[in-house]
Ligand binder design. Sequence first.
Ligand SMILES: Nc1ncnc2c1ncn2[C@@H]1O[C@H](COP(=O)(O)OP(=O)(O)OP(=O)(O)O)[C@@H](O)[C@H]1O
Length: 451
Amino acid sequence: MVVSCNDSFEGFADMLEGYDCPALLVSLDYQILAINQSYTAQFGEVFLHNRPHCFEISHGASVPCDQVGESCPLLTSLHSGRKERALHVHQTPHGQVHVDVQIVPIHNLQGQLRFFVELLRAIPVANTMSNAQALVGSSHAFNHMLEQIVRVSHSDASVLLLGESGTGKELVAHTIHKSSSRANHSLVTLECAGLTDSLFESELFGHVKGAFTGANSNRTGLVELAHEGTLFLDEIGDVPLSMQVKLLRLIETGSFRAVGCSTIKHTNFRLICATHKNIEQMVKAGEFRQDLYYRINVFPIYLPPLRERVDDLHLLIKTLLQRIDQQKEYHLTDEALNALKRYTFPGNIRELSNILNRAVILTDTNLIEQHTIEKCIHINQRPNWPIATDFAQSNAMTIDGNWVDLKTAQARYLSNLMNFYHHDKEHVAKVAGISLRSLYRKLNGLTAKIE
Ligand SMILES: Nc1ncnc2c1ncn2[C@@H]1O[C@H](COP(=O)(O)OP(=O)(O)OP(=O)(O)O)[C@@H](O)[C@H]1O
């Protein structure tokens, strides 16, 4: 922005009122010169007579953000001379809040940089306080992920969520949808793991009555239900190769045909995919189509495992305990917290949630102690299980020398695991590398074969 002025800032105080979000006028040496009413309403009163620095107000710091390991968009803008953005955690009268910070440099007619306008937009989908619905966290790794979520939410680009099981991929998919322009329409999820070709096709595209044995009525496909909204394909790495080409055509043209129907229909959705697998490796191994990979991988977001965001542990524990019991306030002793800090959480946040659930069941008061946490962590490690090979050999994958089909193999595999782990579904899901939700779905679908 270029202004015709004598480099005094008085006129800017009024101009800030033109912004529909909290805005500040900041000097080149970080002093706050003016704020608008929206700022006062959201972030509280600031006394400007002694020219406080922006970092003092937003972070309670005595030095600029870049000197304490955070990115400083003001400094970046100073160097680039352009608008810059960053995600910050700001102090407010209501606690810490994630804020999308945009810096607009203001030049005079001679092209000299004079001031910055700083625009602040709170991010309601994230929280640094314990919150039942939002993504919580404030670690460096979490903030980096959140910054990408916020950026991509404003666009319609396809997103690929990459991360280990239990890192929050589904929650992030919901967050992106809720913050996008499609939020008033549906988010439709398809769990791709364990679907046969025909099931995948009829789930996704729908079918007409009589299309195949058992198709007793017309069924609307998920792509049609996702029209104007978002389609979330969970475990995209498990889509059968033969179906990948159909998915590619759908993504490229937005058109599809229900199974057994010749009419071509059109749909318009935003695509979000997720996987815990290394898809790049799968492409190299010929297990995933390269053209499809490029289509879904427009904007990848990596979800860090919990062990890479230990700083969030305390906050996550508080949030998860609140979700478990909204009436009773549970706390952990320092030793119990330290026991969790030492653990590596292969099942990530879902596993943390399971451990806390167990701890609440085993605790008589509202104080959870170290020995309870340790017991809950080690519940998974049962020393007296038989050796896997002894058990699996008795459940052959062939009948009379012929290989069984995939569905039967899967049913036998799950049956094996269920018996082997004494029907501990949580553990079975972990060993099978799928979510508990997927396991329930598969067990329901395969009941006849398993029993
Ligand atoms: N940052 C977070 N803040 C609060 N809760 C979270 C966060 N991340 C994950 N969770 C919670 O952890 C659990 C697991 O998350 P989610 O199901 O989204 O993981 P996932 O990566 O999709 O797992 P899977 O790949 O096994 O399906 C959920 O209960 C979710 O609400």
